[in-house]
Design a protein around this ligand. Structure first.
Ligand code: HEC
Length: 164
């Protein structure tokens, strides 16, 4: 019986030595491993403004919107004028400002989501997962509801199409 214990004990000692050796050789340790893991998750975390979600339609008055293939440039220039007047306090067409850049948004969001964000931002920021993440990314500066109609929002959307 004693022999058996001794044998198990020796195996245990040998195994722990082996592990210590392996750690020395490779610089491996459990501590390193967990900090490595943390690093990779931090590095691969995609910013909400760069996330692609072409399924989520958001929450608000726009439930379905089919865009024609061709851009309507008259509508777009109307939208550009409204954007310049109502939105440039916080948005720039091609770079991040108080809010995200407008450029490229048509590639990352559904038209419905974008329109709902323009027309119903308060509810979106409270309930929509992507909008909630955006709010955090933009240091809790909220997307503020502007006094625009559904037609105005549609015109701005057409202007966004020209920015891609
Ligand atoms: C007072 C500042 C402010 C104004 C004015 C403003 N926004 Fe925003 N907007 C934001 C912020 C900040 C965000 C990011 C989300 C958040 O933090 O709530 C945002 C987000 C958005 C988004 C989502 C962007 C994305 O990349 O997903 C759209 C679309 C948008 N705004 C459109 C508009 C339009 C159109 C107007 C003008 C009619 C406008 N905003 C006016 C601050 C503003």
């Amino acid at each position: 019986m004693f022999k058996l214990y001794f044998l198990l004990f020796s195996i245990f000692i040998l195994m722990s030595c082996g592990k210590a050796e392996a750690e020395k050789k490779t610089g491996f340790s459990y501590e390193n491993m967990s900090s490595e893991n943390n690093k990779t998750t931090a590095e691969t975390k995609v910013l909400a403004s760069e996330k692609i979600d072409l399924v989520n339609k958001g929450i608000g008055p726009i439930t379905s919107l089919k865009l024609p293939v061709d851009i309507d440039y008259t509508l777009a220039s109307n939208g550009e004028a409204i954007f310049k007047k109502m939105c440039t306090a916080c948005h720039r067409p091609d770079k991040k400002f108080i809010g995200p850049a407008a450029k490229g948004i048509m590639k990352t969001r559904t038209p419905e989501w974008i329109m709902n964000m323009m027309l119903n931002p308060e509810e979106m920021l409270r309930k929509d997962p992507l909008a909630k993440e955006l709010l955090i990314e933009f240091n809790y500066a909220p997307m503020v509801k502007q006094d625009i109609s559904e037609d105005d929002a549609r015109a701005i959307l057409e202007y966004y199409r020209t920015l891609n």
